[in-house]
Design a protein around this ligand. Structure first.
Ligand SMILES: Nc1ncnc2c1ncn2[C@@H]1O[C@H](COP(=O)(O)OP(=O)(O)OP(=O)(O)O)[C@@H](O)[C@H]1O
Length: 252
């Protein structure tokens, strides 16, 4: 079964078809990249998948279940988790406290908040910090973390929901090469039970991490295939360079 299957997704803004009849299948366990030139429709498609924005048409299935009409929160409960800039990230809490709060929000209800349960939650928070490479940075106040470390923390917060599908919107944006290398390593090391779909501009990150790539252009899928197929595609090159004529590009 696929982790995610979108069929015929559409979303327009006035006369502009930002997402135009898009089919997208993400295999379970994949590290699937969504790429394309500026304005291709990546962010819009992303918000249709998460449920942040409603589609004009088409369907979204999460692990075989139709979630098209479900809210973002309901999709999250079913295992879809996205990184976002949590307001709490900008407070004065430490990295460890921030993750503990996210763990409490998710696991707290289930196992109760009895004092004797707290060590379990704390252990889970520590495990998450370690998973994103911040084991030694737990005591640091969030504002004192580097940009890259804050991004790592965002991944820990998304993982606190125990997702089956992790959605990342430009995880490497604004990162130094060293920071993106660290991010790639941590995402590559996530257990395969967690499928990852990510939008990314940095093609070094894409090709270091992805085992499947979908290229969007002008709101449509130009190509979906292996990284090698995408790298070798003349149509993809033309789309990025802005030299291809629309009707010729989509013929391929
Ligand atoms: N809320 C909106 N209202 C009007 N037009 C929008 C809106 N959101 C996106 N668009 C337009 O839809 C098209 C697709 O935008 P989108 O942000 O999805 O592309 P993108 O591939 O994520 O681009 P980028 O790589 O530059 O972030 C663009 O032409 C954009 O101007």
């Amino acid at each position: 079964m696929n982790a995610l299957r979108c069929a015929g997704l559409r979303r327009s803004f006035g006369a502009l078809a930002a997402v135009d009849d898009v089919d997208l299948t993400v295999a379970t366990g994949a590290r699937h990249a969504l790429i394309g030139p500026n304005g291709a429709g990546k962010s819009t498609l992303f918000t249709l998948v998460t449920g942040t924005m409603r589609a004009d048409g088409g369907t979204v299935e999460l692990a075989g279940r139709d979630v098209t009409r479900l809210s973002e929160v309901a999709r999250c409960r079913l295992g879809m988790s996205q990184t976002m800039q949590h307001a709490s990230l900008f407070g004065s809490m430490s990295a460890a406290q921030t993750v503990l709060l996210a763990v409490q929000r998710h696991d707290g209800g289930r196992i109760g908040l009895l004092p004797r349960r707290r060590p379990t939650l704390r252990a889970r928070a520590e495990e998450l910090l370690a998973e994103v490479g911040l084991a030694e940075r737990g005591d640091v106040a969030v504002p004192a973390l580097s940009h890259g470390e804050r991004k790592q923390l965002e991944v820990a917060l998304a993982l606190a929901c125990r997702p089956s599908l992790l959605l990342l919107d430009e995880p490497a944006a604004g990162m130094s090469p060293a920071e993106s290398a660290r991010l790639v390593a941590l995402l590559a090391a996530l257990p395969r039970e967690i499928t990852v779909l990510f939008v990314e501009h940095d093609l070094d990150v894409v090709f270091a991490l992805a085992d499947a790539v979908t290229v969007l252009h002008l709101g449509r899928v130009l190509l979906s295939g292996s990284p090698d197929e995408v790298r070798a595609s003349e149509a993809v090159r033309e789309a990025y360079l802005g030299t291809g004529r629309r009707e010729e590009l989509f013929e391929a």
